[in-house]
Design a binder for this molecule. Structure first.
Ligand code: KG4
Ligand code: ZN
Length: 342
Protein backbone atom coordinates (compact mmCIF):
# COMPACT_ATOMS: atom_id res chain seq x y z
CA UNK A 1 0.00 0.00 0.00
CA UNK A 2 1.62 3.24 -1.19
CA UNK A 3 0.64 6.48 0.53
CA UNK A 4 1.55 9.84 -0.95
CA UNK A 5 2.20 12.40 1.82
CA UNK A 6 2.03 16.15 1.23
CA UNK A 7 3.24 18.73 3.75
CA UNK A 8 3.06 22.47 3.08
CA UNK A 9 1.98 23.96 6.41
CA UNK A 10 4.90 26.38 6.79
CA UNK A 11 8.03 26.99 4.71
CA UNK A 12 8.89 23.49 3.47
CA UNK A 13 7.23 21.95 0.44
CA UNK A 14 7.62 18.27 1.15
CA UNK A 15 6.38 15.14 -0.59
CA UNK A 16 6.93 11.50 0.27
CA UNK A 17 5.88 8.02 -0.76
CA UNK A 18 5.67 5.58 2.12
CA UNK A 19 4.94 1.86 1.86
CA UNK A 20 2.65 0.29 4.46
CA UNK A 21 3.22 3.20 6.83
CA UNK A 22 6.74 2.15 7.79
CA UNK A 23 9.01 2.16 4.74
CA UNK A 24 10.03 5.41 3.07
CA UNK A 25 10.24 4.80 -0.70
CA UNK A 26 11.14 8.43 -1.46
CA UNK A 27 11.02 11.70 0.45
CA UNK A 28 11.80 15.11 -1.05
CA UNK A 29 11.83 18.57 0.38
CA UNK A 30 12.05 21.97 -1.24
CA UNK A 31 13.16 24.34 1.50
CA UNK A 32 12.36 28.04 1.46
CA UNK A 33 14.89 28.92 4.15
CA UNK A 34 17.05 31.02 1.82
CA UNK A 35 14.02 33.02 0.69
CA UNK A 36 12.82 33.81 4.21
CA UNK A 37 16.28 34.26 5.76
CA UNK A 38 16.54 37.87 4.67
CA UNK A 39 13.27 38.66 6.48
CA UNK A 40 14.41 36.89 9.67
CA UNK A 41 11.33 34.64 9.65
CA UNK A 42 8.63 33.15 7.45
CA UNK A 43 6.55 35.60 5.37
CA UNK A 44 3.21 33.77 4.87
CA UNK A 45 2.27 35.13 1.43
CA UNK A 46 5.76 34.49 0.08
CA UNK A 47 5.59 30.95 1.49
CA UNK A 48 2.31 30.22 -0.37
CA UNK A 49 3.76 31.40 -3.69
CA UNK A 50 6.93 29.36 -3.25
CA UNK A 51 4.86 26.23 -2.47
CA UNK A 52 2.91 26.81 -5.67
CA UNK A 53 6.11 27.03 -7.73
CA UNK A 54 7.64 23.94 -6.13
CA UNK A 55 4.86 21.41 -5.83
CA UNK A 56 4.25 20.12 -9.38
CA UNK A 57 7.91 19.59 -10.35
CA UNK A 58 8.46 17.96 -6.96
CA UNK A 59 5.66 15.42 -7.59
CA UNK A 60 7.32 14.36 -10.84
CA UNK A 61 10.74 14.17 -9.14
CA UNK A 62 9.30 12.11 -6.31
CA UNK A 63 7.74 9.51 -8.59
CA UNK A 64 11.00 9.23 -10.51
CA UNK A 65 13.00 8.80 -7.29
CA UNK A 66 10.67 6.03 -6.08
CA UNK A 67 10.39 4.49 -9.57
CA UNK A 68 6.62 4.53 -9.31
CA UNK A 69 3.85 5.93 -11.49
CA UNK A 70 1.06 8.20 -10.32
CA UNK A 71 -1.41 5.32 -10.78
CA UNK A 72 0.50 3.19 -8.28
CA UNK A 73 -0.37 5.58 -5.45
CA UNK A 74 -3.13 4.03 -3.31
CA UNK A 75 -4.09 6.99 -1.16
CA UNK A 76 -3.17 10.62 -0.51
CA UNK A 77 -2.51 12.05 2.96
CA UNK A 78 -2.19 15.80 3.33
CA UNK A 79 -1.52 18.11 6.25
CA UNK A 80 -4.70 20.17 6.55
CA UNK A 81 -3.73 22.06 9.69
CA UNK A 82 -2.66 23.71 11.82
CA UNK A 83 -0.39 25.98 9.82
CA UNK A 84 -0.32 29.01 7.54
CA UNK A 85 -3.63 29.05 5.70
CA UNK A 86 -2.37 30.01 2.25
CA UNK A 87 0.53 27.57 2.53
CA UNK A 88 -1.76 24.70 3.61
CA UNK A 89 -4.12 25.42 0.74
CA UNK A 90 -1.45 24.68 -1.87
CA UNK A 91 -0.80 21.18 -0.49
CA UNK A 92 -4.50 20.50 0.06
CA UNK A 93 -5.44 21.60 -3.48
CA UNK A 94 -2.69 19.46 -5.02
CA UNK A 95 -3.65 16.45 -2.87
CA UNK A 96 -7.36 16.76 -3.65
CA UNK A 97 -6.66 17.14 -7.37
CA UNK A 98 -4.59 13.94 -7.39
CA UNK A 99 -7.15 12.09 -5.26
CA UNK A 100 -9.97 13.16 -7.54
CA UNK A 101 -8.10 12.32 -10.73
CA UNK A 102 -7.05 8.88 -9.45
CA UNK A 103 -10.33 8.22 -7.57
CA UNK A 104 -8.25 7.40 -4.49
CA UNK A 105 -8.92 8.30 -0.82
CA UNK A 106 -7.87 11.70 0.49
CA UNK A 107 -6.84 11.61 4.16
CA UNK A 108 -6.67 14.91 6.08
CA UNK A 109 -3.80 14.90 8.58
CA UNK A 110 -3.23 16.95 11.71
CA UNK A 111 0.31 18.34 11.64
CA UNK A 112 1.10 17.57 15.30
CA UNK A 113 -0.12 13.99 15.05
CA UNK A 114 2.17 13.56 12.04
CA UNK A 115 5.14 14.88 14.04
CA UNK A 116 4.52 12.22 16.70
CA UNK A 117 4.19 9.51 14.04
CA UNK A 118 7.72 10.38 12.81
CA UNK A 119 9.16 8.75 15.94
CA UNK A 120 7.54 5.39 15.09
CA UNK A 121 8.32 5.72 11.38
CA UNK A 122 12.00 6.21 12.24
CA UNK A 123 11.88 3.01 14.27
CA UNK A 124 10.19 1.24 11.33
CA UNK A 125 7.16 0.20 13.33
CA UNK A 126 3.45 1.09 13.66
CA UNK A 127 2.45 3.56 16.38
CA UNK A 128 1.84 1.97 19.78
CA UNK A 129 -0.52 3.50 22.31
CA UNK A 130 -0.76 4.86 24.91
CA UNK A 131 2.23 7.16 25.16
CA UNK A 132 3.16 10.47 26.68
CA UNK A 133 3.89 12.92 23.86
CA UNK A 134 5.70 16.23 23.67
CA UNK A 135 5.57 18.16 20.39
CA UNK A 136 7.94 21.10 20.32
CA UNK A 137 8.40 23.16 17.19
CA UNK A 138 8.42 26.66 15.78
CA UNK A 139 4.69 27.02 16.32
CA UNK A 140 3.83 24.56 19.09
CA UNK A 141 4.68 23.14 22.44
CA UNK A 142 2.08 20.59 23.45
CA UNK A 143 2.22 17.90 26.08
CA UNK A 144 -0.36 15.18 25.67
CA UNK A 145 -1.42 11.65 26.34
CA UNK A 146 -1.96 9.76 23.10
CA UNK A 147 -4.55 7.02 23.65
CA UNK A 148 -5.01 6.06 20.00
CA UNK A 149 -5.27 7.51 16.52
CA UNK A 150 -7.19 10.80 16.78
CA UNK A 151 -7.64 10.15 20.49
CA UNK A 152 -5.50 12.57 22.45
CA UNK A 153 -5.74 14.28 25.82
CA UNK A 154 -3.93 17.59 25.96
CA UNK A 155 -2.17 18.15 29.28
CA UNK A 156 -0.73 21.54 28.43
CA UNK A 157 0.36 23.84 25.67
CA UNK A 158 2.15 27.15 25.39
CA UNK A 159 0.34 30.29 26.44
CA UNK A 160 2.48 32.42 24.14
CA UNK A 161 5.70 31.65 22.22
CA UNK A 162 6.72 28.12 21.24
CA UNK A 163 10.33 27.11 22.03
CA UNK A 164 11.38 27.15 18.36
CA UNK A 165 9.91 30.61 18.03
CA UNK A 166 11.95 31.68 21.07
CA UNK A 167 15.15 30.31 19.50
CA UNK A 168 14.33 32.00 16.18
CA UNK A 169 13.65 35.38 17.80
CA UNK A 170 16.76 35.34 19.99
CA UNK A 171 18.92 34.18 17.07
CA UNK A 172 17.67 37.10 15.00
CA UNK A 173 18.44 39.46 17.87
CA UNK A 174 22.05 38.28 18.17
CA UNK A 175 22.62 38.07 14.42
CA UNK A 176 22.64 34.29 14.02
CA UNK A 177 19.98 34.28 11.29
CA UNK A 178 17.08 31.96 10.52
CA UNK A 179 16.27 29.26 11.56
CA UNK A 180 17.54 30.02 15.03
CA UNK A 181 17.43 26.60 16.69
CA UNK A 182 20.25 24.91 14.76
CA UNK A 183 22.36 28.11 14.92
CA UNK A 184 21.94 28.37 18.70
CA UNK A 185 22.80 24.69 19.11
CA UNK A 186 25.99 25.18 17.07
CA UNK A 187 27.05 28.24 19.07
CA UNK A 188 26.38 26.53 22.37
CA UNK A 189 28.81 23.66 21.78
CA UNK A 190 31.70 25.45 23.44
CA UNK A 191 29.52 27.51 25.79
CA UNK A 192 29.05 27.44 29.56
CA UNK A 193 25.35 26.72 30.29
CA UNK A 194 25.66 28.17 33.83
CA UNK A 195 27.17 31.51 32.83
CA UNK A 196 23.89 33.44 32.48
CA UNK A 197 21.03 32.98 34.93
CA UNK A 198 17.79 32.49 33.03
CA UNK A 199 14.35 31.55 34.41
CA UNK A 200 12.70 28.14 33.99
CA UNK A 201 9.17 29.40 33.29
CA UNK A 202 6.18 27.79 35.07
CA UNK A 203 8.37 24.98 36.38
CA UNK A 204 6.48 22.88 38.96
CA UNK A 205 3.24 24.61 37.91
CA UNK A 206 1.23 22.22 35.77
CA UNK A 207 1.88 21.27 32.18
CA UNK A 208 1.39 24.58 30.43
CA UNK A 209 4.34 26.40 28.89
CA UNK A 210 5.19 30.09 28.50
CA UNK A 211 8.37 31.06 26.72
CA UNK A 212 7.82 34.77 26.13
CA UNK A 213 9.08 35.65 29.65
CA UNK A 214 12.24 33.66 28.98
CA UNK A 215 12.64 35.63 25.74
CA UNK A 216 12.36 38.93 27.65
CA UNK A 217 14.84 37.71 30.29
CA UNK A 218 17.30 36.65 27.58
CA UNK A 219 17.04 40.02 25.84
CA UNK A 220 17.68 41.73 29.21
CA UNK A 221 20.86 39.62 29.62
CA UNK A 222 21.96 40.58 26.09
CA UNK A 223 21.37 44.29 26.76
CA UNK A 224 23.05 44.21 30.17
CA UNK A 225 26.13 42.38 28.92
CA UNK A 226 26.68 44.74 25.98
CA UNK A 227 30.06 44.21 24.34
CA UNK A 228 31.12 41.65 26.94
CA UNK A 229 28.37 39.22 25.84
CA UNK A 230 29.64 35.71 25.17
CA UNK A 231 27.47 34.28 22.39
CA UNK A 232 28.59 30.74 23.18
CA UNK A 233 27.67 31.05 26.85
CA UNK A 234 24.37 32.79 26.10
CA UNK A 235 23.32 30.11 23.61
CA UNK A 236 24.33 27.30 25.98
CA UNK A 237 22.46 28.95 28.89
CA UNK A 238 19.32 29.49 26.78
CA UNK A 239 19.32 25.99 25.31
CA UNK A 240 19.75 24.54 28.79
CA UNK A 241 16.91 26.65 30.22
CA UNK A 242 14.53 25.50 27.47
CA UNK A 243 15.52 21.83 27.75
CA UNK A 244 15.27 21.82 31.57
CA UNK A 245 11.85 23.50 31.46
CA UNK A 246 10.49 20.98 28.97
CA UNK A 247 12.04 17.89 30.52
CA UNK A 248 11.09 18.77 34.11
CA UNK A 249 7.46 18.95 33.02
CA UNK A 250 7.74 15.67 31.14
CA UNK A 251 9.19 14.15 34.32
CA UNK A 252 6.25 15.44 36.39
CA UNK A 253 3.75 14.12 33.84
CA UNK A 254 5.34 10.66 33.95
CA UNK A 255 4.73 10.59 37.70
CA UNK A 256 1.09 11.71 37.49
CA UNK A 257 0.33 9.61 34.40
CA UNK A 258 2.67 6.62 34.51
CA UNK A 259 3.33 5.34 31.00
CA UNK A 260 5.91 3.03 29.51
CA UNK A 261 6.53 5.07 26.34
CA UNK A 262 7.64 8.67 25.80
CA UNK A 263 7.60 10.31 22.35
CA UNK A 264 9.28 13.67 21.73
CA UNK A 265 8.93 15.20 18.26
CA UNK A 266 8.83 18.41 16.22
CA UNK A 267 11.65 20.64 15.01
CA UNK A 268 12.98 21.46 18.48
CA UNK A 269 13.30 17.73 19.24
CA UNK A 270 16.33 17.89 16.92
CA UNK A 271 18.11 19.80 19.68
CA UNK A 272 21.05 17.86 21.11
CA UNK A 273 20.69 19.18 24.67
CA UNK A 274 16.98 18.36 24.77
CA UNK A 275 17.72 14.88 23.43
CA UNK A 276 20.44 14.30 26.03
CA UNK A 277 18.21 15.39 28.92
CA UNK A 278 15.30 13.31 27.57
CA UNK A 279 17.53 10.25 27.33
CA UNK A 280 18.69 10.68 30.96
CA UNK A 281 15.10 11.07 32.19
CA UNK A 282 13.88 8.03 30.24
CA UNK A 283 16.68 5.89 31.57
CA UNK A 284 16.11 7.01 35.17
CA UNK A 285 12.37 6.28 34.89
CA UNK A 286 12.68 3.08 32.90
CA UNK A 287 10.51 4.29 30.00
CA UNK A 288 11.10 3.73 26.31
CA UNK A 289 12.09 6.97 24.58
CA UNK A 290 11.24 7.52 20.93
CA UNK A 291 12.68 10.60 19.22
CA UNK A 292 13.02 10.77 15.44
CA UNK A 293 16.44 11.51 13.95
CA UNK A 294 16.85 15.27 13.31
CA UNK A 295 15.85 14.95 9.63
CA UNK A 296 12.45 13.54 10.67
CA UNK A 297 12.00 16.03 13.55
CA UNK A 298 11.59 19.06 11.30
CA UNK A 299 8.69 19.26 8.86
CA UNK A 300 8.60 16.43 6.32
CA UNK A 301 5.98 14.57 4.31
CA UNK A 302 7.08 11.05 5.24
CA UNK A 303 5.52 11.50 8.69
CA UNK A 304 2.31 12.68 7.00
CA UNK A 305 2.18 9.69 4.66
CA UNK A 306 2.91 7.24 7.50
CA UNK A 307 0.21 8.73 9.69
CA UNK A 308 -2.15 8.70 6.72
CA UNK A 309 -1.65 4.97 6.35
CA UNK A 310 -2.46 4.22 10.00
CA UNK A 311 -5.33 6.70 10.07
CA UNK A 312 -6.93 5.12 7.01
CA UNK A 313 -6.45 1.68 8.56
CA UNK A 314 -8.26 2.57 11.76
CA UNK A 315 -10.68 5.27 10.74
CA UNK A 316 -13.42 4.54 8.24
CA UNK A 317 -14.60 8.08 7.54
CA UNK A 318 -11.43 9.36 5.88
CA UNK A 319 -12.53 9.79 2.28
CA UNK A 320 -13.37 13.43 2.81
CA UNK A 321 -13.04 14.80 -0.71
CA UNK A 322 -15.33 17.73 -0.01
CA UNK A 323 -15.40 21.15 -1.63
CA UNK A 324 -14.27 22.67 1.68
CA UNK A 325 -10.72 23.89 1.19
CA UNK A 326 -9.52 22.44 4.49
CA UNK A 327 -10.95 19.83 6.86
CA UNK A 328 -13.15 21.55 9.44
CA UNK A 329 -11.17 20.31 12.42
CA UNK A 330 -8.04 22.04 11.23
CA UNK A 331 -9.48 25.49 11.59
CA UNK A 332 -9.26 27.81 14.58
CA UNK A 333 -7.80 26.40 17.75
CA UNK A 334 -4.68 24.31 17.01
CA UNK A 335 -6.15 21.14 18.54
CA UNK A 336 -9.92 21.61 18.69
CA UNK A 337 -10.68 17.91 18.87
CA UNK A 338 -8.35 17.19 21.73
CA UNK A 339 -10.10 17.17 25.06
CA UNK A 340 -8.77 18.02 28.48
CA UNK A 341 -9.10 15.37 31.21
CA UNK A 342 -11.75 16.15 33.82
O1 KG4 B 1 8.62 21.27 13.18
P1 KG4 B 1 9.25 22.40 12.46
O2 KG4 B 1 10.11 22.09 11.26
O3 KG4 B 1 8.18 23.42 11.98
C1 KG4 B 1 7.03 23.73 12.76
O4 KG4 B 1 6.09 22.92 12.76
O5 KG4 B 1 7.11 24.77 13.45
O6 KG4 B 1 10.11 23.21 13.54
C2 KG4 B 1 10.87 24.32 13.17
C3 KG4 B 1 11.49 24.90 14.42
C4 KG4 B 1 12.23 26.22 14.18
O7 KG4 B 1 11.77 27.15 15.13
C5 KG4 B 1 13.69 25.84 14.40
O8 KG4 B 1 14.46 26.92 14.92
C6 KG4 B 1 13.59 24.70 15.38
O9 KG4 B 1 12.45 23.97 14.97
N1 KG4 B 1 14.76 23.80 15.34
C7 KG4 B 1 15.59 23.60 16.37
C8 KG4 B 1 16.62 22.74 15.90
N2 KG4 B 1 16.35 22.43 14.60
C9 KG4 B 1 15.21 23.10 14.28
N3 KG4 B 1 15.57 24.08 17.63
C10 KG4 B 1 16.58 23.72 18.44
N4 KG4 B 1 17.60 22.90 18.07
C11 KG4 B 1 17.66 22.40 16.82
N5 KG4 B 1 18.67 21.61 16.47
ZN1 ZN C 1 6.10 21.10 12.25
Amino acid sequence: MITLGIESSCDDTSLALVENGVRIRASLLSSQIETHRRFGGVVPEVASRKHLEAINPLIRELLAAAQLTLEEIDQIAVTTGPGLLGALLVGVAAGKAIAWALRKPFIPIHHLEAHLEAAFLAAGRPPEYPFLGLVVSGGHSNMLIARGIRDYVTLGRTADDAPGELFDKIARRIGLGYPGGPAIQKESISGNPDRYQLPRPLIRRGYGFSFSGLKTATIAVIDRAGDSLSLNDLCASLQNAVAETLISKVGAALIEYPMSRLVIAGGVAANSELRAQAARLAEARGVELLIPPPSLCTDNAAMVAAHGFFTANSWTDCNTLTVNALADWSMGDPLPFWIKPS
